[in-house]
Design a protein around this ligand. Structure first.
Ligand code: SAM
Ligand code: SF4
Ligand code: SF4
Length: 375
């Protein structure tokens, strides 16, 4: 497993940066002022930042952290390797200067990070370059949400997405490989709604033959609730989940199933680059969505950067390597230097994994695990 955490430099420039000593960082990148928003080689701006605040989790979803790999011998990051609160805030500010408008905290399970409310609070105070508050959201498995919802709301969290892959104990246990009860998760979701973290979204990863029989019950459960349920195609993230195309239930098929039970009509995206396709129930009982990351790639509109738990910048969920920001930051690099590094990396970005997934020659040899890079 240590293998997959190895840094594989994306470019020689990255490798060069990784070798530098503290002194070398002074001056690096300072020659270029980023007054403009930065765009990559496909003209995609940098708009969203996902920050993984921990690589640990209290579940072992088979599609994300299979227990046979993420067992008691797995080398989770020691505390000193994690970005601390000040470092997270400082790096977030740099990304905002380059155009980031939304920040999503994720993991691993972000509610396991001690002081998560403080992280939310410090980020929610930040303003975008246009002077609007940065939107801070969080994705959680909701196991600890009943206890944390109020504090997160008070800290300034704008929105929450909870993950739930089925309503029966048997299905949930099969997907999450845990003894946590569905009620615990539903209570967490209800608590989020109660404190006003609305609209709460619920993500359901669909795996053929494992939980696809729960598509209609889940749709039925969340209609009329004000909660937006979104079905996610099972993806080939990381190298440990044994993904096969046969396990994917295409979003088309999911919508057809729902439509035959509860008629739906498609509605426009809320904003350019929204990953979920939106559908409304014809009888006015709410909204449902599908995220077709496998069958209808949306790389051309992907404006997301990811910051791993230990401070590496990844420009794609399927990247095989990231650029270390923590090293230079701890070595005393100036903001201007760090901005230059991030901007340079974004300007070199040509990622479009989901569009080339089926072309073996275009694929990276290794991929980082989602729990570390942030889902
Ligand atoms: N632990 C939190 C949770 O589960 O919500 C946050 C991190 S998790 C990696 C973020 C999201 O990624 C979850 O909604 C999860 O279901 C989804 N996810 C994880 N592995 C996936 C895979 N192989 N395919 C599709 N979605 C996946
Ligand atoms: Fe944990 Fe979320 Fe991954 Fe499930 S999907 S193992 S809850 S990080
Ligand atoms: Fe973005 Fe990479 Fe996903 Fe494409 S595959 S949408 S570039 S994260």
């Amino acid at each position: 497993m240590a293998e997959i955490f190895k840094i594989i430099p994306i470019s020689s420039a990255t490798a060069d940066v990784a070798q530098k000593t503290a002194q070398d960082y002074t001056g690096l990148g300072e020659q270029k002022a980023y007054g403009q928003f930065v765009v990559d080689t496909m003209q995609r701006p940098l708009r969203d930042l996902r920050i993984s605040v921990t690589d640990r989790c209290n579940l072992r979803c088979t599609y994300c952290m299979p227990r046979e790999v993420f067992d008691e011998n797995h080398p989770f990051l020691p505390r000193t390797e994690l970005l601390n609160f000040e470092e997270i805030e400082r790096i977030a500010k740099l990304f905002i200067q380059l155009g980031v408008q939304k920040i999503r905290l994720t993991g691993g399970e972000p509610l396991l990070r001690r002081g998560i409310e403080q992280i939310v609070e410090s980020l929610a105070k930040l303003n975008t370059r246009e002077g609007k508050p940065v939107e801070v959201a969080l994705t959680t498995n909701a196991v600890l949400l009943s206890q944390k919802a109020q504090a997160l709301k008070d800290a300034g969290l704008a929105r929450i997405t909870a993950s739930l892959d089925g309503l029966t104990e048997e299905t949930y246990r099969r997907m999450s490989d845990s003894k946590v009860s569905v009620k615990t998760v539903l209570d967490g979701i209800a608590a989020a709604q109660r404190v006003g973290l609305a609209p709460v979204k619920v993500n359901m990863v669909v795996k053929r033959g494992v939980n696809d029989h729960e598509i209609i019950p889940m749709a039925g459960h969340f209609r009329n609730s004000g909660i937006v349920l979104r079905f996610i195609e099972y993806m080939d993230v990381g190298c440990t989940n044994g993904w096969r195309m046969d396990d994917v239930v295409p979003s088309r098929e999911i919508i057809e199933q729902i439509n035959s039970r509860y008629p739906v009509r498609q509605v426009d995206p809320n904003y350019t680059g929204e990953v979920a396709e939106r559908w409304h129930y014809a009888d006015g009982s709410g909204e449902v969505g599908v995220i077709a990351s496998v069958t209808q790639a949306f790389c051309h509109e992907c404006t997301r950067a990811r910051l791993s738990t230990d401070g590496k910048l990844y420009t794609c969920l399927f990247a095989s390597g990231g650029m270390d920001l923590r090293g230079p930051l701890r070595a005393g690099a100036t903001d201007q230097t760090l901005i230059g590094m991030v901007a340079g990396q974004w300007e070199r970005r040509n990622d479009r994994y989901s569009q080339v997934r089926h072309d073996a020659t275009a694929l990276p040899r290794e991929k980082i695990e989602m729990s570390y890079i942030g889902g």
